[in-house]
Design a protein around this ligand. Structure first.
Ligand SMILES: [Zn+2]
Ligand SMILES: [Zn+2]
Length: 269
């Protein structure tokens, strides 16, 4: 199947602490990989906004994205995005940042629990994985209640580490009620669910969330989905995007969306 538009609305530049390629290098990669529309969405972890220098990162990222937006204007459409982490921990700081910047698109993420390190660093042999996942889903509900984002990024993120990296078994059916509640809330608040394809190229081997959850979102009234590779290097931009379109279609979605000036724009698939 050939698609008219290849869109990837989750990508990082060297203004993210875990990426090394400039905004221009990422955009060159996007053009090379045949993308039509991308969002650059550097990390701003709002729970440690000032402590860890994310206030400076946010400024630099915003400036650099606006520079490439102009520079690449005749080659690719670039959207000014941000991946806002843990906004529910410090909603006033999140609101202030969003009121100061004209972002096109805001991803909402939870990368760590309150007063805890990133899921990446946890020693899962020493903790109850079920308790961790439950706490994660509760925090996602807080994030949706705050509601200042456009699309919920990589729902089921802890599974990337617990199941993917460390190979622990998790009975995901135990969390069905939690996940249903999250998907219903998202649909009610007209928020998008992201199909994050990074898991396809990692040990997890599936999107975050996976197809069952995306289908359930549709069943529970969800209509907005965004797609993102979560690329941290140029070669990964657009990776898995065609698969994410196929998944969306199989789950009953006739369109995917990108956001411009914080408004959803529909693209038929
Ligand atoms: Zn993330
Ligand atoms: Zn990301």
């Amino acid at each position: 199947m050939k698609y008219n538009y290849l869109i990837d609305t989750h990508n990082h530049t060297s203004d993210s602490m875990d990426a090394d390629f400039s905004a221009a290098e990422m955009c060159e990669g996007a053009v090379k990989n045949g993308l039509d529309i991308i969002a650059l969405t550097d990390h701003v972890e709002i729970d440690v906004f000032k402590r860890d220098g994310f206030d400076l990162d946010a400024e630099a990222s915003y400036r650099h994205i606006n520079e490439v937006k102009e520079k690449f204007a005749d080659r690719i459409k670039i959207l000014t995005g941000v991946e806002l982490g843990e906004a529910s921990f410090a909603p006033e700081d999140a609101d202030r940042l969003l009121s100061e910047k004209d972002y096109d698109f805001v991803l909402g993420s939870i990368h760590n629990l309150r007063n805890r390190e990133d899921f990446y660093f946890i020693d899962y042999s020493k903790v109850s994985t079920e308790a961790i996942i439950l706490e994660y889903y509760n925090e996602i509900k807080n994030l949706i209640q705050w509601g200042g984002f456009d699309s919920l990024a990589h729902l089921t993120y802890p599974l990337r580490y617990i199941v993917g990296e460390h190979g622990f078994y998790v009975d995901e059916s135990k969390f069905k009620g939690q996940v249903d509640e999250i998907l219903t809330l998202l649909a009610e608040k007209d928020k998008a669910l992201e199909i994050n394809t990074s898991g396809l190229r990692q040990k997890l081997g599936r999107t975050m969330p996976d197809e069952d959850v995306i289908r359930r979102f549709r069943e529970l009234g969800g209509s907005l989905v965004t797609v993102g590779s979560d690329a941290h290097r140029p070669g990964d931009i657009g990776a898995g995007i065609i698969q994410s379109y196929e998944i969306a279609k199989r789950c009953g979605f006739g369109s995917i969306f990108y956001f411009e000036n914080r408004k959803p724009v529909e693209i038929g698939i």
